[in-house]
Ligand binder design. Structure first.
Ligand code: TXA
Ligand code: MG
Length: 350
């Protein structure tokens, strides 16, 4: 299949381009589009066959449910069984925006979307291209991240093209994703909300609105027989470049010293080594391919660049990547959650 790539203005996307994309979606095809978090791979969320194509194109396990995106708030009611009181509060505070809500599902939502669960995850993105596209299509649009399963999520159209070219009908290029990490997922189908995936809307921000919430243990620990993530997708190896990723934790002086020692040990063994550094440390590493993920004083830059940098290490073709770690406060929780998964919780403490 030939994948058509269309570039649009991120703020004022061309109507005829979106109409063409919406026609493809309504006819059961696949269209990748930008959101404020990462690029999504869209299909008609009420069409089981169209959703099956998403699993095929991504190579995604069929028990990993999809998120349904909506283009305005009225799109929510037909696809959920009930809007809980906590859901209403979160919606008032944060929608449209980078938070996904898990709610009881309505009968019209196919089991292919929910992976057999009786809940459905719903998101109302704020990105202008995403909103206009979903509104124009007039259907709920199933939209997982538009990467090959297991790879870092795409934050640019070129990432989608690299993973899915020839497997989907269209890619809408609306520029780089603003935030760069996937949405927060909050289960509000239960009395006390549970954070299933940290994102731009932080635990602290949510607790200001609904009081104390629980956090799924799989957010902070390696999934195991005892720790089974409530968001099925969080149990898979994820976000991983081909290289082995090792996180180095300690005070920054020790981290720099330890990484430099590891780089020379590994290079002596003939390995090609990468280092994920920050603006603060970039000139202090030697003998490795050093990529800067962002500025420690501006965590949002680290979130925005993380997946792009993990993908770059793949292109350079390193065998191992040593990475600094970051403060887990606020939005740092999302950064460290993705980094831990990319590294399979592989740490050197120093
Ligand atoms: O930012 C985002 O949310 C992006 C953009 C494109 O919207 N989408 C995204 O989708 O990250 P995906 O499929 O890559 O991640 C969705 C996660 C998976 O871990 C999945 O298991 C979980 O949401 N999920 C979906 N439905 C669920 C449900 N009913 N209960 C619990 N977890 C659910
Ligand atoms: Mg994903």
């Amino acid at each position: 299949m030939e994948t058509k790539i269309i570039k649009v203005d991120p703020e004022r996307p061309d109507k005829s381009a979106l109409e063409e994309a919406a026609r493809i979606l309504r006819a059961g095809g696949l269209v990748a589009f930008p959101t404020e978090t990462v690029y999504g791979l869209g299909a008609n969320g009420l069409d089981a066959n169209a959703c099956k194509k998403i699993y095929e194109a991504k190579g995604r396990p069929s028990d990993n449910p999809l998120i349904l995106t909506i283009g305005d708030i009225s799109g929510l009611y037909p696809i959920v069984g009930r809007v809980t009181e906590n859901a209403e509060k979160i919606i008032d505070a944060f929608w449209p925006g980078p938070i996904t809500l898990v709610l009881p599902k309505a009968d019209c939502v196919p089991m292919e979307v929910t992976g057999g669960l009786d809940t459905v995850a719903v998101r109302f993105p704020s990105n202008a291209v995403a909103r206009e596209l979903i509104k124009t299509a007039g259907i709920p649009v199933a939209a997982p991240s538009a990467n090959s399963s297991g790879k870092p999520s795409p934050t640019r159209a070129s990432h989608v093209e690299f993973d899915l070219n020839g497997k989907i009908d269209m890619i809408i290029d609306g520029g780089p994703a603003d935030w760069g990490l996937e949405s927060t997922i909050l289960d509000v189908s239960v009395d006390r909300p549970v954070l299933l995936r940290p994102g731009a809307v932080t635990k602290e921000m949510i607790e200001e609105i609904v009081g104390e919430i629980d956090v799924d243990p799989a957010v902070y620990s390696k999934p195991s027989a005892d720790i089974v993530p409530k968001a099925p997708g969080m149990k898979y190896k994820h976000y991983s470049p081909a290289a082995k990723v090792i996180l180095v934790s300690g005070n920054l002086e020790n981290v720099v010293k330890t990484i430099n020692e590891k780089v020379s040990e590994d290079s002596a063994k003939g390995l090609k080594v990468g280092v994920m550094a920050t603006e603060q440390t970039k000139n202090r590493y030697t003998g490795a391919s050093v990529l800067v993920v962002g500025d420690r004083d501006k965590p949002e830059t680290i979130g925005a660049n993380l997946f792009k940098i993990l993908r770059k290490f793949d292109h350079i073709g390193v065998d191992v990547v040593y990475s600094e770690v970051f403060d887990e406060a606020g939005e740092g929780a999302a950064i460290m959650n993705r980094l831990n998964k990319a590294a399979g919780f592989n740490y050197i403490y120093c």
